[in-house]
Design a protein around this ligand. Structure first.
Ligand code: ZN
Length: 346
């Protein structure tokens, strides 16, 4: 069964409502409640919540949920293990393809200050506040669905300069299992609370949907598919197979997810920083996702006026090059290469 409803997230100063669409597949059904749509699902069956585009320029997640929709409503042959339909689901999948219509319409990451000066980034204010700022209100409306789920997938995308990966809270076994079921080759474990550095705190990371939900005991992952602004078929395919793996892991589909055989690393460490301003040229054969070793040369920064080499950039640890700067013009202090340190044993 598939049902969908329009959901009003908040109201603009002009009175125009900010609306999005919620979908439900499987055992549960969206019904009209007094205060907007509600999920009516059997109490004993699992619910998975997935959303995309809370950073509106990250459009591949919305394309993933559309492709998944086509498969689940039987537009893709349907019925087999590879092509399940909504009738095959043993539980409920709830999806919101455009979680933040404000950033979506601006093709942006954050909203202009005039819309929300307190929380321009929606992914810093979860679980939201029904009486808070615009983003806090919008998050609170979506939390009505997300906070009632047994597992959450928050689809994001990185830039072409970043390797496809899935983030989960370091040390949380259920989140790690869900991340492995989603199946990207690289998993990034992000520390939280006392384990986290001060930058984590200062950047408001505790207000990410993934962190807020994990703290509520709901296993949650953030896949970062490749590319913003552009629908990339390979990224969409990765997302669809990831979603099928995640709902299979949660018991909505029979069978086991594909065995995972990738790399676990931790992020927010191991940056190679520009010592000086100039033009950065990465090593020609360096690609995001590559394994790198301590001392390895990853590129150079040169002075475009004198041609002088200002810096030979080298990594200071073994790991995975999870980002490589693609824009050549760099200022001192900019990240040239992000290196995620492997922690496969954890
Ligand atoms: Zn994002």
């Amino acid at each position: 069964m598939h049902t969908s409803r329009s959901l009003t997230l908040a109201r603009l100063p002009s009175g125009v409502p900010i609306r999005t669409t919620v979908h439900a597949y499987g055992d549960g059904e969206l019904v009209d409640g007094d205060d907007g749509p509600e999920l009516d699902a059997p109490g004993d069956s699992p619910v998975v919540y997935a959303q995309a585009a809370q950073h509106g320029r990250e459009v591949n997640g919305a394309a993933v949920l559309r492709r998944l929709h086509d498969r689940l409503v039987g537009g893709d042959g349907g019925g087999s293990a590879d092509s399940p339909t909504a009738a095959d689901l043993d539980g409920t999948l709830v999806t919101v393809p455009v979680a933040d219509p404000l950033t979506f319409d601006h093709v942006s990451y954050t909203t202009p200050e005039s819309l929300d000066s307190r929380q321009p980034n929606m992914n810093r204010c979860w679980p939201g506040d029904p009486e808070g700022s615009l983003h806090e209100r919008m998050a609170a409306r979506l939390w009505g669905f997300a906070g009632a789920a047994d597992a959450i997938v928050d689809l994001h995308t990185g830039s072409p300069a970043m390797a496809t990966h899935t983030v989960y809270m370091r040390g949380d076994g259920a989140c790690r299992e869900l991340a492995a079921a989603f199946g990207t080759d690289l998993l990034l474990a992000e520390a939280a609370g006392d384990d986290a550095d001060t930058e984590w705190d200062e950047r408001g990371f505790a207000g990410k949907l993934r962190v807020a939900a994990t703290r509520e005991g709901i296993p949650t992952i953030t896949p970062e598919l490749a590319h913003s602004k552009e629908i990339v078929p390979g990224a969409v395919e990765t997302g669809v197979s990831g979603m099928l793996g995640a709902i299979r892991h949660e018991g909505l589909l029979s069978g086991e997810p594909e065995p995972w055989d990738g790399v676990v690393a931790r992020n927010h460490l191991g940056r190679v920083i520009a010592d000086d301003s100039g033009l950065f040229v990465p090593e020609p054969d360096l690609a995001v996702g590559d394994r790198v070793t301590e001392g390895e040369r990853v590129g150079e920064v040169f002075d475009p006026t004198t041609f002088e080499t200002l810096q030979v950039a080298r990594v200071d640890r073994d790991g995975i090059a999870y980002s490589v700067a693609r824009e050549a013009t760099v200022t001192a202090g900019a990240t040239l290469v992000g290196v995620a340190e492997r922690i496969d044993g954890e």
